[in-house]
Design a protein. Structure first.
Length: 469
């Protein structure tokens, strides 16, 4: 066993013992009631005049206020004029991507009403201690579900040279199967397949994940079509490579891409991936074919799409133009504040210099997917590209609504769809008896304006009132 494996193995019992849906070890508070509140969730809609009773990490009663016995409640919160929604998820985060954020991200998520996160890529020796701290007694942190490293191909995009090291190589099918088995033994909640895998390795990873009962999040591999890879995974990220499959000349583009991958002229995974996207993405968007895209979307109706819309549409919705950006940024480390107040490689400060092609494609594709019955989930890629942890999820909801989702659908993207990814819809995503006690109390109605998800009065996570101010 090498040094890395020994380090990770030391954390495995902790990760396996502390399931992400289990109550905090010291025991959540019991007998919390929220009285006379308007309850809103994407399953049952809007229900005014309700009282919600919590016992431990479960909701035990929801009903008309006069029908709920509050005699056992040790704390009664007056919800008059307020709105209660399920705790929010961010389906696409990277807790260890930038060490300047790692220590403070859990509390920031809670502050913004994010009570569950799905970490979509980090090396196990870095992820394991972070997960341990987030699941520790008394932690002010969301529930955390994690994949471990990006499962890439023989060439790795995030290799620690041209980009942070969060990926690992899988040059052939046998390596891929062994890797998934190892990750399962280390307590991961799902696996993440990345862009440089070959079709053969992709098939081996899918098979191994099924064998070990692990959901799959994936980028569409560069060597494959979205309509080929998508039906075999539980979620697809960023809408990336969907544009190629929807292009009238998709076959030609794919062959060009495969030739470039085979030539191996770029010795860096990041440089090769960036080159191919730069070469083809806008061309594919320009060659959009309506009939072909309808067929593609028909193959994706059982695959949650996590578009990271605020990232793809950054040129259209730069966060630094928001009125609340200075206050939100003030809570960041000084080095981050200075960096993010300066010129950005992600989006120009000058509106005239912004290319809106990908942003408009993102909005149009989300609308098409939603109309076609393709499920959409909310994720941000925080802390990448000006994504303040927690804060950016609310930006994501706004962009989803701008793309055509109703506010209730956007809430569902951040509550119901993440739960479905993990087959937890009977425990999370709605406000009903038996559900986990993850809740956010708002001062204004998010159904009249999705921006009202920011008006947070209190957060309850794992049945515990959390500090948010």
């Amino acid at each position: 066993m090498n040094a890395r494996a020994r380090l990770v193995a030391g954390f495995v019992p902790v990760l396996l013992a502390a399931g992400a849906c289990e109550p905090a070890p010291e025991g959540p508070q019991s007998g919390i009631a929220i009285r006379n509140v308007t309850v809103i969730d994407a399953v049952s809609g809007e229900r005014p005049g309700q009282t919600v009773l919590i016992d431990g990490d479960r909701i035990v009663a929801v009903g008309a206020s006069e029908s709920i016995d509050l005699s056992g409640a040790h704390e009664v919160i007056d919800g008059t004029g307020r709105f209660l929604i399920p705790g929010l998820w961010d389906m696409h985060v990277h807790l260890t991507f930038d060490e300047r954020f790692t220590a403070t991200m859990p509390e920031m998520f809670i502050r913004y009403g994010i009570t569950s996160v799905r970490d979509t890529g980090g090396l196990m020796e870095k992820m394991a201690p972070v997960v341990e701290r987030m699941r520790a007694q008394g932690a002010v942190a969301p529930r955390v579900f994690f994949s471990g490293p990006l499962l890439d191909g023989a060439t790795v995009v995030y290799d620690g040279i041209d980009a942070p090291e969060i990926g690992v190589p899988n040059p052939e099918a046998g390596t891929a199967r062994s890797r998934v088995a190892e990750l399962k033994s280390q307590g991961v909640d799902f696996v993440k397949i990345y862009e440089m895998v070959s079709p053969e390795v992709f098939a081996a990873l899918v098979e191994a994940a099924g064998t070990h009962g692990l959901p799959i999040a994936a980028h569409v591999p560069l060597s494959m079509r979205a309509s080929t890879a998508g039906p075999h995974v539980n979620s697809m990220e960023h809408l990336r490579n969907v544009e190629l499959d929807c292009a009238a000349n998709s076959g030609e583009l794919l062959e060009t891409r495969r030739r470039q991958l085979s030539a191996g002229e770029e010795n860096s995974g990041m440089k090769l991936r960036t080159f191919l996207h730069s070469l083809q993405r806008r061309e594919a968007i320009a060659a959009f074919d309506e009939e072909q895209c309808s067929e593609v979307l028909g193959t994706l109706r059982n695959t949650i799409q996590v578009p990271t819309a605020r990232l793809n549409a950054l040129s259209m919705f730069p966060p630094f133009q928001r009125d609340d950006w200075p206050e939100a940024l003030a809570g960041m480390p000084q080095a981050v504040r200075e960096e993010w107040n300066g010129p950005s490689p992600w989006v120009s400060r000058d509106p005239a210099q912004r290319d809106l092609t990908v942003a408009q494609y993102t909005l149009d594709m989300i609308a098409r997917m939603h109309e076609a019955g393709v499920p959409v989930g909310a994720g941000t890629d925080t802390p990448i590209a000006l994504a303040i942890p927690g804060y950016s999820l609310h930006n994501e909801l706004e962009v989803l609504v701008a793309a055509g989702l109703s506010p209730l659908d956007a809430l569902g993207a951040a509550t119901v769809q993440p739960a479905k990814f993990f087959s937890l819809e009977d425990e999370m995503g709605a406000i009903a008896p038996g559900m986990r006690a993850d809740l956010v109390l708002l001062d204004a109605n998010p159904l009249t304006d999705i921006r009202n998800t920011r008006t947070i009065d209190r957060v309850i996570a794992r049945g515990r009132l959390m500090p948010v101010h």
